[in-house]
Ligand binder design. Structure first.
Ligand SMILES: Nc1ncnc2c1ncn2[C@@H]1O[C@H](COP(=O)(O)OP(=O)(O)OP(=O)(O)O)[C@@H](O)[C@H]1O
Length: 739
């Protein structure tokens, strides 16, 4: 690392949002172009920059700043230039000159420690003095805070995020509890917070540290899908993370439980630990489901069957007994479930059910966890379906920086029935939020395929409710074949039952192409860029989706994206690009949003000039980069329905290339054609559940590329990674209590 001390001569570029700055500094013997992250920086300031030299292909040699120190200027000229930079409110060029003429080299010292004196200067009255003093104090404060954070190894880019969150209180908050950074600042994990705490001298055995480690393990476990963990699992992981004796961990667990920070409960005679939000979500869900189930006025079966009979006359096909049973149960019960694999007639049941409600003069709401799923239901039912978030009227509070729902127990939904599709994707937190907004008397109909991968968020909601045996459900198992040569649905059911799929039938829609390890990527690229598009008339970018079980490795999404990007959207002088972490984003690229962001604004341009506007881009949404503005550090993505979204470069962590995505990320979406590498992957990923989910994403074509032995391996491996989730236990427990 090198150091350079000098005066900031020019700020060439400064991004308000993320602090990215390009500037020129004059040192005693050189002129340095530097780039780095600064909350506020102004021309005329004296700084000591630490960092390394780099080379930019367009801008040449640049010094990349890693950390910096502010040296308040001491020469008269330096002070005047600093004050007249416009950084301090109320001080322009002439005021700066007068201040320096009056106080000389002591100007800054007086402004900081004896600001009352500045009214001695001509033209500075009481009011102006107050503005100047406040603004000067603020500038000094921000810089001091950034320097304080740097001392503990926090880079300026994290520093800015921390300062934005805590403001003036940054130093107090961080020194009081550095571990709060891990929970409250995006991008800072326990490890970095622990490093900061270590530098501050926090004792490794302190309760404070152990508590943070326990919370970290619980939050990390939730990100793996668990709503709780067993006590022994928690102790083992916490010991590994913290490196302290297990007795200490034991003692802190007890104290945290005593203070209500965690919940300890015996589930099937095993001691289990819940992080509070998941405990409330799970017990709230169980209680409310039983409440809705028991407080309901059932519709008369005879009546329902008669209405169904009339509706059937409108259709070509008659419903099967099972389909009718699903509809009857939905009308007879406060809560009911309809489950089944692809093509078993779930959508047909939903559509008939809606018609029955209409005949009965009832108003149902239709919803699904993702935008794509909601759109699909709207298309198939001809009725408006919303995302669950939208149904609950989500709102983002700038004050608390958090999301809340306008529809809740105080302002419940006003529908007679609520039909939720794609239930397998609903996690325990969303389920609980939704149930809060449903009043007893309203009927809840949950529809989904229980054999899909469970939700990304914690819980096993649909599966647990079915397995509890408390809520009535109908399993649809007859597959309505679309045509003799269509194998996708038939194969999906075979895979689910552990049987080998059939493929490579002439004019069929399910293929396997053998390829050696080193050739899988190449084969996939040739399929996507040429073979499938020319043979099936598919659009390489929009219609074909590559799905891989994993991110890493030669057939992982990272490598496949690199190869597909090079083939489908190669580098060109006409296409602007921006490197971000490991990715290069280029105009024309296919990308996926990987986080629910309720604040991102979208616009749909309309020919009449009355643009549609709204907020919210969701995890799993796929779009295309339309424009990149390097100067203003912005990038525009076009999502479905021509929704244009502007990202600043500081938000690019929310996007990934999407030529290839993981099967997990593809949940809830369907694509005309799906290409899947079948090759070695960590054994826990090569399972039936994952393969089934991948295959059921395809509407018209599935192509598997690799080795047959891995297809067999996936089908045989029916070990679903166990999720710790207690909803089934709770439901059964409440039922036993009621009986
Ligand atoms: N009782 C029935 N008799 C004949 N055909 C039916 C019947 N029910 C549904 N179908 C047909 O079977 C096909 C699949 O039905 P549907 O779309 O309702 O299933 P699904 O379970 O929602 O499928 P997916 O999960 O793939 O969307 C459709 O073409 C539908 O018209």
């Amino acid at each position: 690392m090198e150091k350079h001390t000098g005066t900031i001569e020019e700020i060439i570029y400064h991004n308000e949002e993320n602090g990215y700055t390009v500037g020129i500094m004059e040192t005693d013997d050189d002129v340095v172009t530097f780039t780095g992250t600064f909350a506020n920086l102004s021309e005329g300031e004296t700084m000591c920059l630490t960092g390394e030299w780099g080379y930019h292909k367009r801008y040449g040699k640049q010094f990349h700043v890693d950390s910096f120190e502010i040296i308040l200027p001491d020469s008269l000229m330096g002070i005047e230039k600093y004050l007249s930079s416009g950084l301090i409110k109320g001080v322009g060029k002439s005021t700066a000159k007068r201040l320096v003429e009056h106080f000389g080299e002591k100007t800054l010292e007086i402004m900081q420690y004896n600001p009352g004196l500045i009214t001695e200067v001509d033209g500075i009255g009481e009011k102006k003095a107050a503005i100047i003093t406040e603004s000067f104090r603020e500038q000094i404060e921000i810089k001091e805070i950034m320097m304080y954070l740097q001392k503990y190894g926090i880079t300026p880019s994290y520093g800015i995020r921390i300062y934005r969150k805590y403001g003036k209180e940054t130093v107090d908050k961080v020194s009081d509890n550095p571990y709060r950074l891990a929970e409250e600042i995006d991008g800072i994990g326990f490890k970095l917070a622990d490093k900061v705490a270590g530098t501050m001298g926090v004792d490794r055995n302190s309760e404070f540290r152990i508590e943070a480690g326990i919370r970290f393990v619980l939050i990390e476990s939730a990100s793996e899908g668990h709503t709780y963990v067993t006590k022994s699992f928690l102790k083992e992981r916490a010991e590994l993370v913290l490196g302290v004796r297990i007795e200490y961990i034991d003692a802190v667990i007890s104290n945290m439980a005593f203070r209500g920070q965690i919940f300890v409960e015996n589930i099937n005679d095993v001691e289990c630990i819940y992080y509070t939000p998941y405990y409330y979500a799970e017990s709230g869900t169980a209680n409310k489901l039983v409440n809705l189930y028991t407080n309901y006025q059932p519709e008369k079966k005879k009546n329902i069957l008669k209405i169904i009979e009339n509706i059937e006359k409108e259709n070509v096909n008659k419903l099967t007994e099972k389909q009718k049973e699903g509809i009857v149960k939905a009308l007879e019960n406060g809560v009911s479930i309809i489950t089944g694999g692809p093509g078993t007639g779930k959508t047909t049941v939903i559509n008939t059910l809606i018609r029955v409600y209409e005949e009965l003069g009832r108003e149902p709401a239709l919803c699904a966890p993702t935008g794509r799923a909601a759109k699909r239901i709207t298309e198939t039912s001809g009725r408006d379906a919303k995302t669950i978030h939208r149904l609950l009227e989500y709102t983002f509070s700038e004050d608390t920086n958090s999301l809340f729902f306008n529809r809740n127990d105080e302002s419940p939904l006003e529908y007679d029935a609520i039909i939720v599709d794609e239930m397998s994707m609903v996690d325990i937190l969303l389920m609980n939020s939704m149930l809060k907004a449903v009043e007893p008397g309203t009927s809840l109909v949950l529809v989904g395929d229980v054999d899909q991968l469970p939700s990304v968020g914690p819980g096993n909601v649909l599966k647990d409710i079915i397995e509890s045996g408390v809520i009535p459900f109908t399993k649809l198992d007859k597959i309505f074949r679309q045509s003799e040569t269509s194998l996708i649905k038939v194969n999906a059911h075979k895979i689910n039952k552990g049987e080998a799929p059939a493929y490579n039938i002439k004019d069929g829609d399910f293929f396997f192409i053998r390829a050696e390890e080193g050739k899988i990527g190449e084969t996939i690229v040739s399929l996507c860029s040429d073979r499938l598009s020319s043979h099936y008339g598919l659009n390489s970018l929009e219609d074909i989706q590559v799905l891989s079980p994993m991110k890493k490795g030669a057939s992982g999404t990272i490598e496949l994206n690199r190869m597909l990007q090079a083939a489908l959207n190669p580098e060109s002088d006409r296409k602007t690009e921006r490197k971000h972490g490991d990715y290069i984003f280029r105009v024309g690229d296919k990308v996926m949003q990987i986080k629910n962001n309720y604040q991102l604004k979208w616009t749909i341009e309309k020919s009449d000039g009355e643009d549609d506007k709204g907020e919210g881009v969701f995890n799993g949404d796929i779009g295309y980069i339309r424009y990149i503005d390097l100067k203003d550090e912005k990038l525009w993505v076009e999502f479905d329905d021509r929704k244009e979204v502007e990202y600043n470069f500081g938000q690019l962590d929310e996007l990934i290339p999407a030529y290839a995505v993981t099967v997990h990320k593809s949940q809830g979406s369907e694509f005309p054609a799906v290409v899947i590498p079948v090759t070695w992957a960590p054994p826990m990923l090569l399972n039936r559940n994952l393969f089934y989910t991948a295959v059921t994403r395809a509407q018209r074509l599935v192509v598997l590329v690799g080795y047959e032995k891995y297809i067999k391996m996936m089908i045989r491996n029916n070990k679903i990674m166990e999720r710790y989730s207690g909803l089934d236990y709770r439901l059964a427990h409440i039922r036993d209590f009621l009986v």
